[in-house]
Design a protein around this ligand. Structure first.
Ligand SMILES: Cc1cc2nc3c(=O)[nH]c(=O)nc-3n(C[C@H](O)[C@H](O)[C@H](O)COP(=O)(O)O)c2cc1C
Length: 203
């Protein structure tokens, strides 16, 4: 558990339940547990999550009018003060199912920016992002970093966060062991609040 008695929330955004980004998050979780922390993983995969309709009802209601599996994410995000997102790169962005989750979190943005309901947290919230792609493009993670920056802002978290991106991984079997060990180290550091708010983009 973290200091506020809430487990770290791991958001897994791939449509593949057991792919590369899940292994990444599992190893991060192993590090969290090794540091005496706890972490719950919520996966987008296999869920019934409609894309945001842009209807604007949440600007007035502070709630989403769509009733689907997104309710689980709303509850979890509302409680969390530590969130780690793990995503693969799909066409330089977040996969559609994961983007649906992010877009639907607009509800939190509405509460803060439209309804003036500033969030208060039991301690300073912190986010982190893990990403994986199959190619080696220099700019591979730029769109995901930007998307995550505004996602964290929308839910009342700081816009700055540690980021670890891994290239040339198409399948879980492609992971070099030293990179997985590194991610486990990030999990330990995140759980013990010793990971700096720096960009840790690895080649
Ligand atoms: C639809 C689709 C689009 C993809 N687009 C990219 C891309 O733009 N750049 C890249 O490096 N890898 C791309 N990939 C490869 C995945 O990022 C890579 O295989 C990753 O390891 C998958 O993670 P996952 O198993 O957690 O889903 C794409 C894969 C799919 C299925």
């Amino acid at each position: 558990m973290t200091a506020d008695n809430q487990p770290i929330l791991g958001l897994h955004l791939s449509p593949r339940p057991d792919g590369s980004s899940r292994l990444l998050l599992d190893r991060f979780q192993k590090g969290v547990i090794a540091a005496g922390g706890a972490m719950d993983i919520l996966a987008a995969s296999g869920r019934n999550i409609e894309g945001c309709r842009g209807c604007g009802d949440c600007y007035v209601l502070g709630e989403c009018v769509i009733q689907d599996d997104m309710n689980i994410f709303y509850e979890a995000v509302a409680k969390a003060t530590r969130i780690v997102v793990s995503t693969p790169v799909f066409f330089y962005g977040v996969p559609a199912i994961g983007k649906a989750v992010i877009d639907r979190l607009q509800v939190f943005w509405s509460r803060i920016y439209k309804l003036n309901q500033k969030r208060s947290f039991p301690r300073e919230p912190k986010g982190m992002v893990l990403a994986v792609g199959a190619t080696r493009g220099k700019d591979l993670f730029i769109p995901i970093k930007l998307c995550a920056k505004y996602l964290f802002d929308a839910i009342g978290f700081p816009r700055k966060f540690p980021f670890a991106g891994y290239r040339r991984i198409e399948e879980p079997k492609d992971w070099p062991l030293d990179q997985l060990d590194e991610v486990e180290g990030y999990g330990r550091a995140f759980a013990s609040d010793t990971l700096d708010l720096i960009d840790v983009d690895n080649v």
